[in-house]
Write a protein that binds this ligand. Structure first.
Ligand SMILES: [Zn+2]
Length: 342
């Protein structure tokens, strides 16, 4: 990355009201058939335009072609029955009705590669594509076949690796795996979660990132966060092993998140996507607030490795708020760039 402090988002942006219900997570599509295909592409173009206007350097698709960051991927796999549903506890936090793994899982064809090619055609800037991580995938399913979280995670790692290699070939510069489950299942993350993540990323020449967070700003998450105490030190459990891993970039939430900033020191040497935008509030940060968070992070990460970002996805926000936050991120990074250049 040639730009100093290259900005990006964690992934999702709000969808236009003609495509899905605004300010709603996992909203069903309002279009179908051919109209849905072109509607998603139009939304993707708008998401790219909004990011460019805000001065975002690493552009994403705003996850405009996806309903859910895990299930939309899983829907394309064999071995998972979406009719057969079981209620499970997601990340030990809330109950959800999820599909069942009924046989050997496989990916009959690529899932997001056409969408990624479409994004690639929209911009010359570096692009980032998000995929769920293996451990977060298994946590969003009921497994009636492998009957082993670890075994299923290794299967998904293989499938994700096939997809990631095709995304790289389509011109994606950074493949990001979302692993919020790392902040909940520390022992499993250290025993095999990070290893399966590395398997998902193996052989890639493009950059790889892992996004770990405490979730969207939905009630189940904000209630859970209240139980975490004043300091959120969960990252402390997995960062030492992530530092030793082959993953290039670590993404975490730092704006209003109670995550002690010094924990970033534990991944010294890695690039760090520092969340400088709170996605759990409609209050739009000022560029100066963003800059202040980045300055604090610079005590623990070298300037050439600091990637300003949002705490998490912005799907649940209004487009007005999300656009304001994008602009604050772009402007806040610019303030710190100037300071570093001075
Ligand atoms: Zn997140």
């Amino acid at each position: 990355m040639k730009t100093l402090l290259p900005t990006s988002t964690a992934g999702s942006l709000p969808k236009p009201s003609w495509l899905a219900t605004p300010e709603t997570l996992w909203s069903p599509w309002k279009l179908d058939g051919e109209e849905l295909v072109s509607g998603k592409q139009d939304a993707l173009r708008l998401a790219v335009a909004d990011q460019r206007q805000a001065g975002i350097d690493i552009v994403g698709d705003g996850e405009q072609t996806r309903q859910h960051f895990v299930t939309t991927f899983v829907e394309h796999l064999d071995g998972v029955d979406f009719e057969k549903r079981e209620t499970v506890r997601i990340r030990n936090r809330y109950d959800a009705s999820v599909p069942t793994v009924v046989g050997a899982v496989s990916r009959p064809k690529s899932v997001f590669v056409e969408d990624a090619k479409f994004l690639r055609a929209q911009t010359d800037q570096p692009i980032k594509w998000t995929l769920p991580g293996p451990m977060t995938m298994i946590d969003t399913l009921y497994d009636a076949h492998y009957k082993s979280r670890e075994k299923l995670a290794w299967e998904f790692a293989q499938i994700l690796n096939e997809e990631a290699r095709e995304l790289e070939a389509a011109g994606v510069d950074i493949v990001q795996f979302d692993e919020p489950a790392f902040n909940v299942f520390f022992d499993e993350a250290n025993d095999w979660g990070i290893a399966t993540l590395e398997r998902a990323a193996s052989g890639l020449k493009c950059e790889t990132a892992v996004h770990i967070c405490d979730g969207y700003g939905i009630k189940a998450n904000t209630d859970w966060k209240k139980t975490l105490g004043d300091e959120w030190r969960q990252y402390e459990q997995t960062f030492p092993n992530l530092q030793k891993s082959k993953i290039d970039i670590i993404s975490l939430e730092c704006q209003h998140s109670h995550v002690p900033m010094e924990l970033i020191e534990l991944v010294r040497g890695k690039k760090v996507m520092v969340g400088a935008i709170d996605v759990a509030t409609d209050a739009i940060e000022t560029p100066e607030e963003v800059a202040e968070t980045l300055r604090k992070a610079l005590r623990f990460v070298d300037a050439d490795k600091l990637y300003p970002c949002t705490n998490c996805g912005m799907t649940p926000l209004s487009r007005r708020v999300a656009n304001g936050k994008l602009k604050a991120l772009g402007a806040g990074a610019e303030i710190v760039r100037k300071e570093l250049a001075a």
